[in-house]
Design a binder for this molecule. Structure first.
Ligand code: PMP
Length: 446
């Protein structure tokens, strides 16, 4: 295997022509929090796979649980009429895990995009059952990321992920994200900005008519959009607005679920009970593609008492409730709890945050740093006063030099995104900061 023979693959979120010019690093092995490429270079994975490998690459309990399940029953469907032991057990585990958020049911999917699609579908169905079939619209935040299916892409709040695929779902409207660094109000105070963003939602609802809106979808901390951390008052305000107008609230917790923010759920940071939660990624720590849409009591009751023709769920996935995936999930969640990874994410997150602030003080390239638990971002700019986004060449130089210094980073637009495994140590945090330091210095010198 060499970097030049990776040609038959088109990679997600990449330009096929660009990938030919800059072939991928081929990852051969993973151990602990590090991965090794085809040339034998071992680097600390500050990306944590893709926000998901919370337990690192050597989690024996997950591997053993998967192997045992492969022996007993490698697959059976969870469609109407059949189920499997691991999927039932995992559904119990998830409703217990997210009981503080009021979740009572789980619908299994193959990943985050499927989970979002399911939540959007169930939200529309809910209103049809209730005789309010005109409630079809969705509201979402600019900069939000909700996966790649047509429904999810429609509620995505980043034009780059939408513009090549239009027309998308009609009736989707976006309101400003509580992003202190760049927002239409020029407001830098997080609490004041939260209020302005909440008011913008109220205005959009008034403009659309509340009785046309099915649901509002948001990430408790916006991940792929650049780790935008709302003030703690924001999500409770959104919850109150949704209550007032009888609009369903979908918390997209694909990244924020299971401890990454320092809390077991992103919604728990501010004590919010959504109507749906979408989860995936860390549910198996990346060892198997699995996701779920969790359903709160208000919605579950309406479906389970339904006497109309609208209650039957008209979609599902071949791998909904895959027994090997659910066995991986049960083992991953048991380890996550045993190691109290929420506490480690919070403690290491504070150290990482301090290190990022120090890098901002040292390097002019760093325009803004944002962090919550072990999700963090550095927004790079070529001119601090004008907040001019750093160019592609600069971003590549940061990532390449950091890789040379033993740290894998992820670059998205002009942002460096960090989402290391939640099992990292204080020494690992220091190593990530060193890698960034080297990367930023190299990019400034280039
Ligand atoms: N929602 C959020 C918040 C995400 O971050 C992602 C993936 N990054 C998705 C949905 C889609 O998940 P998947 O890639 O597993 O389909």
């Amino acid at each position: 295997l060499t970097e030049n023979n990776a040609k038959p693959i088109w990679h997600p979120m990449a330009h096929p022509a660009e990938m030919r010019a800059t072939p991928p690093k081929i990852i051969m092995k993973g151990e602990g929090v590090s991965v090794t490429d085809a040339e034998g270079r071992t680097v600390l994975d500050a990306v944590g796979g893709l926000w998901n490998v919370n337990l690192g690459y050597s989690c024996d309990p997950i591997k053993q649980a998967m192997a045992a399940q492969l022996d007993a029953l490698p697959y059976y469907s969870g469609f109407r009429g059949t189920s499997t032991g691991p999927s039932i057990e995992l559904a119990y585990e998830l409703t217990e895990w997210f009981a503080p958020e009021g979740m009572v049911r789980a619908f299994f999917t193959s990943g985050g995009s499927d989970s979002v699609e399911t939540a959007l579908r169930l939200a529309r169905q809910y209103w049809k059952i209730r005789g309010q079939g005109d409630r079809t619209k969705f509201l979402a935040l600019k900069k939000g990321y909700h996966g790649t299916h047509f429904g999810g892409a429609s509620v995505n709040g980043n034009a780059n992920f939408r513009r090549n695929y239009e027309p998308l779902l009609p009736g989707v409207f976006h309101t400003p994200a509580p992003w202190t660094y760049r927002n239409p109000f020029d407001e830098t105070d997080p609490a004041k900005l939260a209020k302005l963003c909440a008011r913008a939602i109220e205005e959009e609802i008034a403009f659309q008519g509340a009785d046309t809106i099915a649901a509002f979808i948001m990430e408790p901390v916006l991940g792929a959009g650049g780790v935008i951390v709302p003030h703690e008052s924001f999500m409770p305000m959104v919850r109150a607005i949704c209550h007032r107008h009888d609009i369903l609230l979908i918390a997209d917790e694909v990244v924020t679920g299971f401890g990454r923010t320092g809390a077991w759920a992103g919604s728990r940071l501010s004590g919010v009970k959504p109507d749906f939660m979408t989860i995936a990624k860390a549910i198996t720590s990346g060892y198997f593609p699995l996701g779920a849409t969790l359903i709160g009591a208000k919605v579950a009751d309406v479906f389970e008492a339904d006497k109309t023709s609208f209650g039957a769920i008209g979609h599902g996935y071949t791998y909904s409730g895959h027994p090997v995936g659910c066995a991986a999930g049960l083992a991953a969640l048991a380890e996550t709890k045993r190691l109290a990874l929420n506490e480690n994410a919070a403690a290491r997150g504070v150290e990482l945050g301090k290190a990022l602030e120090a890098l901002k003080a040292k390097h002019q390239l760093v325009g803004d740093v944002r962090y919550q638990g072990l999700m963090a971002a550095l927004e790079l700019v070529s001119d601090r006063a004008a907040k001019k986004p750093a160019d592609k060449k600069t971003m590549a130089a940061v990532a390449d030099a950091a890789y040379g210094a033993g740290v894998m980073l992820r670059v998205s637009g002009n942002t460096v995104i960090l989402s290391p495994p939640l099992v990292i140590s204080a020494t690992d945090v220091a190593k990530i900061a060193e890698g960034l330091d080297v990367g930023l210095a190299a990019a400034a010198a280039a």
